[in-house]
Design a binder for this molecule. Sequence first.
Ligand code: GDP
Ligand code: MG
Length: 676
Amino acid sequence: MNGHYANGDATSNKEPSYERVQLINDEKQFMPELTPQMGRWGLQNAGFDYNIVAVFGSQSTGKSTLLNRLFGTNFDVMDETRRQQTTKGIWMCRAKGMNTMVMDVEGTDGRERGEDQDFERKSALFSLASSEVLIVNLWEHQVGLYQGANMGLLKTVFEVNLGLFGKKTADGRSQRTLLLFVIRDHIGTTPLENLKTTLTADMQKIWETLSKPSELQDRQLSDYFDLSFAALPHKVLAADKFESEVLELRKRFADKSREDCVFKPAYHKRIPADGAAFYMEGIWEQVQNNKDLDLPTQQELLAQFRCDEISTAALAEFSEQAKPQRRPIESGKVVDGLGSMMRAWRSGALSRYDRDASRYHQGVYSRKRADLVSVLDSTLSPLFLGQLKNLHKLCLVTFKTEMLEGMRGEGYNFADVVGAARERCEKRFLEGAQEASVEGTDWSYDDELGLLKEEVRGVADQCRKDETKKMVNVIERNFKKQISEPVEIALNKPESDMWDKVLSSFRSTLQKAESSYLAKAKSFDCTEEENTTSLGALRKRAWLALRAKIDEQTSDAAFLTKLRVHFEESFRYDEQGVPRVWRPGDDIDGAFKKARDQTLELIPLYSKIQPIDPSLAYTLPSETSDSLSEVDDFDFPATLIMFTETKILDLMSRFRRDADAYYVEAKRSTVSSVAQ
Ligand code: GDP
Ligand code: MG
């Protein structure tokens, strides 16, 4: 019998009915009775002013008894003497004296009787999803027992509930529910505080091991549930105490002004009373139809439990193996054979897991295996990336060393040296990176390789620049050597085409220098731009070298010597090159003047670099900069001037003094020859 206990006048407007109604029948169908029944309960127009309470717990733990005591309802209570068979289903009743609807689940204890637990799980899920307060009813001695306290079922229900209803509601709230743990037959030797701690830790553990949808990975238990606790003494052994404590507990439901009232606005589903039946029907439909909700069988529950344990053990051993390699990698070492180690740890962990876990429910086994793989890989991946980073550094250093070695001595071909070193470097990296890779992962070393190639290119470029600089320096040195003698010879012959000679040997020497640069630059793979810069620098330095050589040849002392030599040649030697012996009557004055004036005329010739043949005139744009060294820019036209006007006058007067001395000496020599 379904037990429609009539309770007062069902049709009266003043006195609401307390008749109970079957919400879900034993065929797992949602019954159409709720809406009319709510009218009879007088709740149809309650708006939001109503609450829903449900209960969860093992069979025969006094759930119905508790509900009837708390709410004055008339749910069936198992009568030990008659062992009456109650009808499976979910029942609902209105609480006396409160706008509260109470749900009770009647069912067989599937676990004990070895029956299908589908109904038990669906009804538990329905209770959790539709109520504001879920009373979790358990014996004191069940606290801390996973199986005994139905925690496995609770975990499954949490899991499915999160998947189904875990996302935020349209108005952005998370659905919150209060889990009110009621501990039955509380003897009192273990204080409620301690039981609370144990239960809270259990809940937390259950939550952590839940498989959560990926977008809800970070959600905490506290995002969805508040936990509250109450304990009741033994109903038979401490009957009076039991009754009074139940009355105390009832106040937490009945009196909304109390601070510990279980009904908080956050728990309310915000469904107006007249829509409640429809809403609950929708929830039941989701519970019934959702594929994910082909609730795990006992086999699956067991599998989840065992696979977790096996996975944890495999992971612990794996972590132990992986740990010692972390530090060397972090400190920058390339660990030899890291890849083969990682492959061994990984496959070791998986085969341990497979060996023990594959006997369990296949779906659970492979789901947990995927979880394990992702944990293993997230441990190995930093090692892989660290190894790549260290390998990259090592390869780059080796590349530099090999380049420098290859360029030791003469006669190497720069491009060949770089090419060979680069090839070895990339090969070394690829070998190392491939060794470190682990099959079955999506790890890639492409980025690191790309980075390495880029840096190798940078190093080679820098090296080429340095080499080019060195080469330009060598060419400059050679140039200086080669230009020295021709300039000296030309400047020692003060003829009108003196500068033409200087400039034409400058030109031919520079040409040689340039072609020697270009020949070498080819093996350096220099760019057009680099060549332009280097040649510019070379020309400028060549010019400065020439100018320095000329400066040396026209320093005051050297130049005055040149003048003196020239003067002496014409004054002290005759046309045949025979030294003159002055006799009285010789025209010393005439010869002196001639020699002196001719010599003075040379000064303007030296004062400016000016060829007769204009095609020999060398020009250099004054802004030519020398990026290869830090030589300041200079004013090219100014470098053509050897002596300024003032300098010319100074040199003339100094030469005159020298010449005068010769004159006096010549005069003296005639006097002395007369005296002989
Ligand atoms: P339900 O299956 O969880 O709804 O349990 P019932 O309310 O039908 O009760 C099952 C049996 O436990 C009945 O014989 C009750 O008399 C008994 N019972 C109810 N409450 C308590 C209690 O607090 N302590 C003890 N020891 N027994 C209880
Ligand atoms: Mg019951």
